[in-house]
Design a protein around this ligand. Structure first.
Ligand code: FAD
Length: 505
C-alpha cells in the first residue's frame, strides 16, 4: 500500500489546462490542491513535441493566457521552445512548483459514494483522496503509431514525432516519413536538407495555407511592455479575425472555396512538377480536416531527394518499406508523423463513477458525451478541461480552456455555497446538450466536407470539435446554471441521519 494524501482538489497535467486550473484555484482562494504530472517538467504538448520546426499555428499573442500576457514574443507565431519557456515562467510566477508532483501518473480514480470523495490511483501506488478531480491530461497526448505488418522485423531506427530521437543523426540517411499531418509538414522541411533520401508516405493530402509569420519588431515589443492596452487591442484584433473563420466551417462553404483558391495558388507557385502538385492537392473541402499553415513544406517537396508516395504502406521489412503497389524502398529510419489517440484517449484510464459506472466503457459504447466538454453524468465532482467537443479548428484553444477553468471554479463555489458535498450534471441536460451539438456538427464542414478525420470517432461521430463561435461557448459557460445539476447534501442538514441525498441545485 503506497502513501495516502488527502487534498481538496487533484488536478492532472501541467500543460495549459493543468497550470491554468491551478492558477484559477489560487485566485479563488483555494490552496489545498495538488497537480499530478507524469513527466518531470511542466509544459505538456510543448515539452513533449521537440521535433525540428515544431511551432504553433495560432498567433503568439492569442495562444497564451489572457491573464498572463507576454509582450516579448519574438515571432508572430510562437515556436515550441518559446511556448515551453512561457509555460515554465507562468508556473514559476504563480508559485505552482510546491503543488506539482512530478513523475506521478494517474492510472484511475474511483468515486466512493459513502465518503463523497474520489480515490485517485497512481502508477507508483500512491493514493490521493480528494473532493474534486480536474483532468487536464490533454487531447493530443498519446502518440498514435500504426501497427504496420512486419514493423517488428525492421532493423533501423523508428520513432514518433512526439518523442523525437535527438541522438539519432539523420545526416546522410535514407528516411521514410509516414503521415503528412500538422507535425510532418513542420519537420519535413527541416530534415529534407539533411537526409540523403526522404520517402514521404501520404494517405490524405492536407490543405495548406500561407503562414503570415514574421519576427515581432523591437518597437512593438517595447510598446506592448510599456503600454499593455496596446497588446490587449492587438490580441482582440487577432481573436476576431480568427473567429470569423468559424463562419466558413459552419455552413458557409463559399468562404472556404475562396480560401481553397488561395491555397491552390500557393501550391502552383511553390511546386514545379504538375504531377506532384496533383498528388498534394486535397480532394475534399477545406476545413474538413485541420487546415495547416506553412511556407516551406511545398518547396521541400520540390527537392530531388524528396519523393511523395500516395500508395499506403503495406508492409515493413528488415531494411525497407513496401507500398501498397508493391514498390520497395530501402530505408535506415522510419519517422511516424501519424498523430495522436484522440477519441479513444481515455480508454487506458480506469475512472469509476457513481454506482460503479466505468467511463471508458460508457464512452466506448455510447461515444464521449459530456456537458460542455466539462462534466459527465454519473461522475460527480469530476471535471475535464479541453474535453470532448471543445477542440477548435479556427481559434485558440487557450480561450476555451480559460472558459472551462472559470466554470470549474464556479461549480466548486456552488457546492460550497450550498453546503453540499458533490455536484453532478443531470443526465437529461447532458443528453440535450449532445443532441444539440451533434445537430450543429452535421451541418458543418467536418461532416459535409467529404473526408474522414481524427475529429471523428470509430462510429464517424464528431466528438472533438466545438461547432460555431468561441464567444458563444464563453457566454454559455460564464456561470454554472444550478438547474443543470443535482447536489448531494448531508442529511444532517434536514435533521435526518444516515445516507446523503441528491437534490436539485
Ligand atoms: C505537435 C502539436 C502541435 C499542436 N499545435 C497546436 C496549434 O498550433 N494550435 C492549437 O490550438 N493547438 C495545438 N495543439 C494542441 C495542444 O495540445 C493544445 O493547444 C494545448 O497545448 C493542450 O493543453 P493541455 O494542457 O490541455 O494538454 P497537454 O499540453 O497535452 O498537457 C497534458 C499534460 O498532462 C500530463 N498527463 C497526461 N496523462 C497523465 C496522467 N495519466 N497522469 C499524470 N499526468 C498526465 C502530460 O504529461 C502533459 O504534461 C498541438 C498539439 C500537438 C501535439
Amino acid at each position: 500500500m503506497g502513501e495516502r494524501t488527502e487534498v481538496r482538489v487533484v488536478i492532472v497535467g501541467t500543460g495549459f489546462s493543468g497550470l491554468g486550473m491551478a492558477i484559477g484555484l489560487k485566485k479563488a482562494g483555494i490552496d489545498d490542491f495538488v497537480v499530478l504530472e507524469k513527466a518531470n517538467d511542466v509544459g505538456g504538448t510543448w515539452r513533449d513535441n521537440s521535433y525540428p520546426g515544431c511551432a504553433c499555428d495560432i498567433q503568439s499573442h492569442m495562444y497564451s493566457f489572457s491573464f498572463d500576457q507576454n509582450p516579448n514574443w519574438t515571432r508572430s507565431f510562437p515556436t515550441q521552445p518559446e511556448i515551453w519557456d512561457y509555460l515554465r515562467r507562468v508556473s514559476a510566477r504563480h508559485d505552482l512548483g510546491r503543488h506539482i508532483r512530478f513523475g506521478v501518473e494517474l492510472t484511475g480514480a474511483r468515486w466512493e459514494s459513502d465518503e463523497q470523495r474520489w480515490h485517485v490511483q497512481t502508477r507508483s501506488g500512491a493514493e490521493f483522496v480528494a473532493q474534486f478531480v480536474v483532468s487536464g491530461v490533454g487531447a493530443l497526448h498519446i502518440p498514435n503509431v500504426p501497427t504496420l505488418p512486419g514493423i517488428e522485423s525492421f532493423a533501423g531506427e523508428t520513432f514518433h514525432s512526439a518523442s523525437w530521437n535527438h541522438d539519432y543523426d539523420l545526416r546522410g540517411k535514407r528516411v521514410a516519413v509516414v503521415g503528412t499531418g500538422a507535425s510532418a509538414i513542420q519537420f519535413v522541411p527541416r530534415i529534407a536538407g539533411q537526409v540523403r533520401q526522404l520517402h514521404l508516405y501520404q494517405r490524405t493530402a492536407p490543405w495548406i495555407m500561407p503562414k503570415p509569420d514574421h519576427p515581432m519588431p523591437g518597437w512593438v515589443r517595447t510598446l506592448f511592455t510599456l503600454f499593455p492596452p496596446a497588446q490587449r487591442t492587438y490580441r482582440n484584433l487577432i481573436y476576431w479575425l480568427l473567429e470569423a473563420r468559424a463562419l466558413g466551417f459552419n455552413g458557409h462553404p463559399r468562404l472556404l472555396q475562396a480560401a481553397e483558391l488561395l491555397a491552390k495558388r500557393m501550391a502552383a507557385k511553390q511546386i514545379d512538377d504538375p504531377q506532384l502538385r496533383r498528388k498534394v492537392t486535397p480532394d475534399y473541402r477545406m476545413g474538413c480536416k485541420r487546415v495547416l499553415v506553412s511556407n516551406d513544406y511545398y518547396p521541400a517537396l520540390n527537392r530531388d531527394n524528396v519523393e511523395v508516395i500516395t500508395e499506403g504502406v503495406r508492409e515493413i521489412r528488415e531494411h525497407s518499406v513496401i507500398a501498397a503497389d508493391g514498390s520497395e524502398r530501402e530505408v535506415d529510419a522510419i519517422i511516424f508523423g501519424t498523430g495522436f489517440h484522440v477519441t479513444d484517449a481515455f480508454d487506458h484510464l480506469d475512472l469509476i463513477g457513481r454506482d460503479g459506472r466505468n467511463l471508458a466503457k460508457e464512452w466506448a459504447t455510447e461515444g464521449m458525451r459530456t456537458h460542455y466538454g466539462i462534466t459527465v453524468a454519473g461522475f460527480p465532482n469530476l471535471f475535464f478541461l479541453l474535453g470532448p467537443n471543445t477542440g477548435l479548428g479556427h481559434n485558440s484553444v487557450i480561450f476555451m480552456i480559460e472558459s472551462q477553468i472559470r466554470y470549474v471554479v464556479d461549480a466548486i463555489r456552488l457546492v460550497d455555497a450550498s453546503r453540499a458535498k458533490a455536484l453532478e450534471v443531470r443526465a437529461d441536460v447532458q443528453e440535450r446538450f449532445n443532441t444539440d451539438i451533434q445537430r450543429q456538427l452535421v451541418r458543418g464542414v467536418w461532416t459535409q466536407g467529404g473526408c474522414r478525420s481524427w475529429y471523428l470517432d470509430a462510429k464517424g461521430v464528431n466528438r472533438t470539435i466545438w461547432p460555431g463561435f468561441t464567444w458563444r461557448y464563453w457566454l454559455d459557460t460564464r456561470k454554472v446554471r444550478p438547474a443543470d445539476f443535482e447536489l448531494t447534501v448531508r442529511n444532517d442538514r434536514t435533521g435526518a441521519d444516515g445516507a446523503d441525498s441528491r437534490v436539485s441545485a
